[in-house]
Design a protein around this ligand. Sequence first.
Ligand SMILES: Cc1cc2nc3c(=O)[nH]c(=O)nc-3n(C[C@H](O)[C@H](O)[C@H](O)COP(=O)(O)O)c2cc1C
Length: 243
Amino acid sequence: MAPRSADSSMADLSATQASAGVVRGVFAHSPAAVVAAAATELADLAATLMQSRQTILPKRLAEPGPDAAQLQQILGAAACAPDHGQLLPWRFVLLPLDARALLAEQFAAALLERDAAALPEQLEQAREKAFRSPCLMLVVVDGACGDPEIDLAERLLSAGCAVQNLLLMATALGFGSALTSGKALKANGLRRLFGLGDGDQALCFVSIGTAHSRKPARLRPQAADYVSHLTPKQGVQPGFGPP
Ligand SMILES: Cc1cc2nc3c(=O)[nH]c(=O)nc-3n(C[C@H](O)[C@H](O)[C@H](O)COP(=O)(O)O)c2cc1C
């Protein structure tokens, strides 16, 4: 996909959103040629959606956040992720506003654990991060449930797919979103707060809300930058290789 600006992608997205229902209808009722045309339209729609997603930092995410039905839709999208062995190795813990103070205390405690000399204003800054963005959730992966042959890497990959689905659905609904991590994710107090077991790993937070400002979209790499191919005589070579 060629790099595009977020603004042009967002405009395309609303135009193509309107045709999504048409595309679905065509798949259900039409002969092969029409289905092929609809597939092109659907691929364009998918590309536009993916290009429209960009990180909007939590401090730039304001009300309104997703309502209950939208949140169901966003979290429901995670279920479409590939999941080897259907272990359901990942989960999302929602943090409604009335629970954020608990997280704020753990952010401050984690900072104090790392730096006993942290100043009151630094602790306050750490606490404040828990209150940003109207919709906040923690992503957890379980490295131990079910089949031990399915290792942590596979579980993390499945979690990444689930998170991307969720981010794309939030984008499709017009919301901005961000993933954030940080050292507090490994702190004992935070692990206790979320009831994490020995095999659980807190991966990152997901924030969703209405973007009140955006940075220009970053330039995306071209596929040739990260694709190579195996040749019979010269091993792995850069790029796509012969068609
Ligand atoms: C697991 C994960 C954790 C992240 N944590 C942070 C973070 O703590 N702070 C931050 O500014 N961005 C964080 N990011 C966002 C990346 O910095 C961002 O995706 C990257 O800059 C690319 O920008 P884009 O999302 O707009 O394409 C995180 C991304 C991932 C995948």
